[in-house]
Ligand binder design. Sequence first.
Ligand SMILES: NC(=O)c1ccc[n+]([C@@H]2O[C@H](COP(=O)([O-])OP(=O)(O)OC[C@H]3O[C@@H](n4cnc5c(N)ncnc54)[C@H](OP(=O)(O)O)[C@@H]3O)[C@@H](O)[C@H]2O)c1
Length: 291
Amino acid sequence: MNGTSSAGALTGSSAWRRLLTVRTPAHARSVGLVERSDGTWCWDGPATAAATDLVARYLPLCLAGPRLAFAQLGQSVDGFIATRTGDADYVTGDEDRRHLHRLRALADAVLVGAGTAVSDDPRLTVRACEGAHPVRVVLDPHGRVPADRHVFTDGSAPTLWLVGPDGRPPHLVAEGVTVVWLPDREAFAPQRLVEVLNRRGLGRVLVEGGGVTVSRFLHAGALERLYVTVAPVLLGDGVPGLRFDGPDVMRAARRPPLRRAFLGEDTLFEFDLTVPTGPIDPTSPTSPTGQ
Ligand SMILES: NC(=O)c1ccc[n+]([C@@H]2O[C@H](COP(=O)([O-])OP(=O)(O)OC[C@H]3O[C@@H](n4cnc5c(N)ncnc54)[C@H](OP(=O)(O)O)[C@@H]3O)[C@@H](O)[C@H]2O)c1
């Protein structure tokens, strides 16, 4: 049968095609998913391990609502997202690349900072799985990203080039590229950027790097979900991943609820940032030292 293995079980590729359309529990039911009594979901019928894993990993994101911002970084065990020369090709393995492309396919927009656009010249399209390309967004307050980047020239998907008042992008840009002038520095505050994209109908925003950009969104409280894939590689030095004003003591560190998965040799951490996780109150009776 179409979309099933020789044993009659739903295949991973067929499951992914169905998941791509899911945004509400009603959608989920209409593509053959059923909710268990514990709130988790499964296929209503035989499914391969790949089809089952896809539901566990991506259905929560599919059902997370029409408006959310989520971020992904791939980093070394010692916290770097590229070498000291800016080489990030590749930090994590093939399975994480496929995961990243799935996140793009579930997003309306994929956003990168000027540093990534300059250094990686990424295409930001969906190639490692089935799915539509999101709108590409480049944060370039000083207009320093060269106009010859793939996102501005390849025409694969629309691109928004977000520039500040002192930026100098070319007057003529390729078809499909829209220059959005933001009036001042404040307009680049992460929440305001998300609002700008939402107003353009881009509700689900993937912040794909680099470290400075994701850190600013995280620190501003503008992310609902954060994916960090850790590769078993030691770099010693390089482009830092997440950096923000941290706490003085471990007990005050943020520990958001998380899920873990293995992607080949890499480990994926998925943090739910919608649950408030303030510093631990040392006087609380449930605190580890609050006896
Ligand atoms: N492993 C991975 O997952 C991964 C993913 C992406 C990139 N990378 C690597 O990361 C490196 C680049 O990362 P990066 O941290 O140096 O730079 P980045 O985050 O790509 O870009 C930072 C720049 O983007 C602009 N920007 C970002 N957020 C802004 C905001 N809210 N308001 C105003 N401007 C904002 C600023 O440009 P101005 O400086 O012009 O003000 C800022 O300096 C590259 O080497 C790339 O290969 C790795």
